[in-house]
Design a binder for this molecule. Structure first.
Ligand code: ADP
Length: 621
């Protein structure tokens, strides 16, 4: 049955780009088609595990045929093949979200854009960079399949027809454009296969000068080779093509483990974050192979979620070939491999942090927020993770100057017992927080926890190296030796201002839990402090922004006994305890403390009326 079909709109868009915009790196079409052929062979091997009759003889292989005179290149595989419906689904439409992301990410920079081709898996269409027309003849493995021929010149339509094909698998027959005839040259094809597809696990045959089929690639999967046999270029190629990476990997971890557990792993830490780091559906991750047989993409059981930026392959000798997702979930072998991999990755990161601080900084910029999740979920590796986290800090030069707990501890002031942090929305806001005043005056460093995730993990810090990790805006402030002077002053002032504090507490009864004289302020008149175990103000804000109902948490208003406003209030209070203006002042004090935290005042209109009322009283000079 013959059908003429329209490409789906997005497919058309993509084809248009392929044909008209991407002029450089056209040679990658070959690696894309070979990679598809290799995937098709993997899929067949996997299906044959549960359906042995699919393995209908013939060694799995990819064959490339060239015809210089006719200007054709044919790439054949005896893999899984496609039904008519699958052809329509797979190469008539772009169903995968990655392709959309590809279109959005196009920059116009041809080299970068052609690299994107591999990353986003829109590989098949790349053939139209060199082809004037393409014919795909394919037959799904399995009894009674009807072969089908797909043909298109990459414009807006394609045709489908019944076809005759002996075995299962797929032939892609490329009619090269006149100016691309070089790709039908044997030396050209050979060097491209060597360059881009050497690591493919199936043999790739190409006829030699005498017309005899010859295997061009190494066939032994890259991850099964000794690390010393693999070049940096080969790793890079593998990273981009097989692992869905982009550009050069930041680091490569290649292990062949023997002993109790036997497996090979080839893992990459990418140099930049993929588009799917924070989406639910991840296409890439760590692929699982068992005894060289491909089992699945993105095997989540192999690495915890907080290492989801890692890409690569794990190939186990100890798992049964017929593993299913269910088996994987509580499989002892997988658990042990996973443990070993986590340990390796964290060890490698530590090494990088110690020896290549610049590279580690890049890593942290891209993946720090993800890695931090581990503090909340991986108790076992808490100590290691604490060594890896980085923060901005009050001693840092700027947003780029990051500090570790170790550095913090090493440069703590003599007599300082605890490690301090402040949480908030941005460096700008926390930097100006009144809570930092006493710390600044005493040159005590404060870590800035300004990632949204930080609010979730502060509870997991507890302590580092025997030191408590404390928020600057919760509970009473105890600077120990360093705060002796303030503590003494505070005690005296507390008595002096106790009546005023009582009065303010009465006035603000609906908003605050308590009012007390503070030791943490130098320049500001007042600030708000949460209870030691209460939810932080910033956390409250985050919860609210997520639509959570947060019960009103009354906090303590701390007042600065050295501040003229507070001194004046006290004087007025002593003259007339019922002074009506005291209420206005107290309310402004409270609103001012909220604003200093970067928060909204509860009643902006009343606030501005109050300010205007005050200003009106100032007489003109
Ligand atoms: P990707 O390979 O990244 O999914 P492609 O555009 O290269 O994207 O291919 C689209 C789909 O077409 C593949 O996912 C696969 O299902 C199918 N396909 C392509 N080539 C082959 C082939 N040689 N054998 C079987 N299926 C294929």
């Amino acid at each position: 049955m013959s059908q003429k079909m329209e490409f789906q709109t997005e497919a058309k868009q993509l084809l248009h780009l392929m044909i008209h915009s991407l002029y450089s790196h056209r040679e990658v079409f070959l690696r894309e088609l070979i990679s598809n052929a290799s995937d098709a062979l993997d899929k067949l091997r996997f299906e044959a595990l549960t359906n042995p009759q699919l393995n209908s003889g013939g060694d799995a292989a990819i064959r490339v045929r060239l015809d210089k005179d006719a200007k054709t290149v044919t790439i054949s595989d005896n893999g899984i093949g496609m039904t008519r419906e699958e052809v329509i689904e797979n190469i008539g439409t772009i169903a995968r979200s990655g392709s959309k992301a590809f279109l959005e990410k196009m920059t116009g920079d041809q080299k970068a854009d052609s690299n994107l081709i591999g990353q986003f898996g829109v590989g098949f269409y790349s053939v139209f960079m060199v082809a004037s027309s393409v014919k795909v003849i394919t037959k799904r493995a399995g009894e009674g399949s009807q072969a089908v021929a797909w043909e298109s010149s990459g414009e807006s339509t394609y045709t489908l027809d019944d076809a005759v094909k002996e075995g299962h698998g797929t032939d892609v027959i490329i009619q090269l454009k006149d100016e691309e005839a070089q790709y039908a040259e044997s030396w050209q094809a050979r060097s491209l296969i060597k360059k881009y597809s050497d690591f493919i696990a199936f043999p790739i045959y190409l006829p030699n000068d005498k017309g005899e089929d010859e295997v061009v690639n190494q066939t032994k999967p890259l991850w099964r080779r000794a690390a010393s046999e693999v070049t940096a270029e080969q790793y890079e190629e593998f990273f981009q093509q097989a692992a869905g990476g982009f550009g050069k990997p930041l680091t490569t971890l290649h292990t062949n483990a023997e002993g109790v557990l036997e497996y090979s792993s080839l893992l990459f830490i990418p140099a930049s974050a993929g588009y799917d780091l924070f989406t639910m559906e991840r296409k890439h991750g760590v692929k699982l192979y068992v005894k060289r047989v491909f089992i699945m993409d993105n095997c989540k059981e192999l690495l915890p979620d907080y290492l989801r930026f890692i890409r690569g392959v794990v190939d186990s000798e100890d798992l049964p070939l017929n593993v299913s997702r269910e088996i994987l979930q509580k499989n002892a072998v997988i658990e042990r491999i996973s443990k070993a991999l986590v340990s390796k990755v964290l060890g490698k990161l530590k090494e990088m942090a110690d020896n290549e601080p610049a590279a580690y900084k890049d890593f942290w910029k891209n993946f720090g927020a993800v890695l931090k999740e581990g503090l909340h979920t991986d108790y076992e590796n808490r100590e290691k993770l604490l060594e890896l986290v980085r923060f901005q800090s009050s001693m840092g030069e700027g947003a780029d100057d990051l500090v570790s707990f170790r550095q913090y501890a090493d440069r703590m002031r003599e007599g300082q017992k605890d490690i301090y942090y402040i949480t908030g929305e941005s460096r700008d806001i926390v930097e100006k927080s009144p809570h930092l005043e006493v710390f600044r005056s005493k040159s005590i460093e404060v870590l800035y926890l300004i990632d949204p995730i930080d609010e979730w993990i502060v509870g997991d810090f507890n302590n580092y190296d025997g030191k408590q990790v404390k928020p600057v805006n919760k509970g009473g402030l105890d600077l120990g030796e360093l705060g002796k002077e303030e503590a003494a002053k505070q005690e005296m002032a507390a008595t002096e201002f106790s009546k005023l504090s009582e009065r303010i507490k009465e006035i603000l009864a609906d908003s605050v839990e308590d009012v007390r004289v503070t030791g943490r302020l130098k320049d500001s008149p007042a600030c708000l402090v949460s209870g030691e175990h209460a939810m932080g103000a910033h956390f409250e804000k985050i919860m609210k922004s997520m639509g959570q109902d947060v019960p009103l948490m009354k906090r303590t208003l701390e007042i600065n006994a050295d501040h003229p406003i507070i001194r004046n209030m006290n004087a007025r209070f002593e003259r007339d305890a019922g002074d009506a203006e005291l209420a206005e002042w107290a309310k402004l004090l409270y609103d001012g403390a909220l604003i200093a935290e970067g928060r909204m005042v509860p009643d902006p209109l009343a606030y501005s009326k109050r300010v205007n009322g005050m200003l009106t009283k100032i007489s003109a000079p």
